[in-house]
Write a protein that binds this ligand. Structure first.
Ligand code: UT7
Length: 351
């Protein structure tokens, strides 16, 4: 553990005061998929590292996962929904096209706080963190950022090239002010020149749903896997290096590397190019599959639950997704449950 005494350069005056996650109960293994698709456990494991994924129940939607993760994060911070100024839900699989998913989540949590969605696909949580920390820096007291996805709902269950890759879940972080600054610097980027690399071709305003669309199944997610793979490695590596450089830190200053969990081979390639030690990389893709915007906060919560985060640790987050979009930041880890104590009336504090 490095635990630098002073903040690194270009941090935002905010910190994560609590995290939480939720995974649907139903687990689908590679062998389960091999029962219904022309695939097998060996192919999926060696190409992706995935062993199983969680899948939403028929009655669940993305907001249900987001609500559970949001509740867990607030409890972890020692706060309630009444304390929240703004809720941001990062998702590319909203409950509905209209309205956003965040207002539904806010209502279920019991607040009329401002609530809106961010869609930056698998990079959505990094984008949400960037917006959320900026809001905290400009006066919001508590911002709840949730990454939530039900990707299995937009994947063609008969298309083996994508059906084996994705899973469902949600992760959340509570952001509060912190004068010293424990999040940042950020790097966000996008290249929308060829959205067809990873997209749902129809079902939006360019080609609305029609009998023809349903017939050719083009409303389901498709991906040019090799192109996405190469871009994922290059973009996450460059973006991670950029935030380290902006912070004035070296890769050896990073205590834990939490990258987007799309494919173990991608994570390994990024780790290798960064020169990061293997034991400093947290991996959940084997258990969760690719959960898009939920993957980074789910992995962060998993790392905390596994005892891999110590107060003062420097954590590198990076993600890449459809768009193309990418983003990275650094987080200095704080003990959970301290936000409520910070809000106490100082006159009632004991010595
Ligand atoms: O979250 C956003 C970011 N997403 C990603 O980063 C995903 C990036 N891409 C990837 O992870 C990889 O490209 C995949 C895992 C999707 C594919 O791995 P690949 O090594 O690029 O395989 P491929 O697409 O080149 O396919 C190789 C072979 C093909 O057969 P032929 O043409 O060589 O006979 C495929 O038809 O594997 C076949 N194949 C499968 N076989 C068994 C494709 N999917 C499957 C499958 N089971 N599920």
């Amino acid at each position: 553990m490095t635990a630098a005494a002073t903040p690194w350069r270009a941090t935002v005056p905010a910190r994560i005061a609590g995290i939480g996650s939720y995974l649907p109960d139903r687990v689908v293994t590679n062998d389960d998929l091999a029962q219904v698709l022309d695939t097998n456990d060996e192919w999926i494991r060696t190409r992706t590292g995935i062993r199983q994924r969680h899948v939403v129940a028929p009655e669940q939607a993305t907001s249900d996962l987001a609500i559970a993760a949001g509740e867990a994060a607030l409890a972890d911070a020692g706060l309630t929904a009444a304390d929240v100024s703004t809720i941001i839900v990062a998702t590319t699989t909203p409950d509905h096209t209209v309205p956003g998913t965040a207002p539904i989540v806010a209502a279920a949590l019991g607040t009329e706080a401002g609530a809106f969605d961010v869609n930056a696909a698998c990079s959505g949580f990094l984008y949400g963190l960037r917006v959320g920390t900026a809001m905290v820096a400009t006066g919001d007291d508590v911002v709840l950022v949730i990454g939530a996805e039900a990707l299995t709902r937009i994947v063609d269950p008969t298309d083996r090239s994508v059906a084996v890759l994705f899973g469902d879940g949600a992760g959340a972080a509570v952001l509060v002010p912190d004068e010293q600054g424990a999040i940042g610097p950020f790097d966000l980027g996008a290249d929308g020149q060829d959205p067809s690399m990873l997209w749902t071709c129809t079902g939006g305003t360019r080609t609305p749903v029609s009998p023809e669309v349903l017939e050719d199944r083009s409303h389901f997610l498709t991906m040019r896997g090799g192109d996405v793979y190469r871009n994922a490695v290059a973009r996450m590596t460059a973006s991670s290096k950029l935030v380290l450089e902006r912070a004035g830190l070296d890769v050896d200053d990073v205590d834990l590397f939490v990258g987007h969990q799309a494919n173990l081979r991608i994570l390994e390639a990024v780790r290798g190019r960064l020169g990061m030690a293997e034991e400093r990389t947290h991996v959940t893709v084997d258990q969760h599959g690719n959960t898009s915007a939920a993957s980074v906060p789910l992995a962060l919560a998993d790392a905390r639950d596994a005892g891999r985060l110590t107060p003062g640790d420097t954590v590198l987050l990076t993600a890449f997704g459809a768009g193309l979009t990418w983003g990275s930041t650094l987080v200095r880890w704080h003990p959970s449950g301290t936000a409520a104590a910070d809000q106490q009336d100082p006159t009632t504090e004991t010595a």
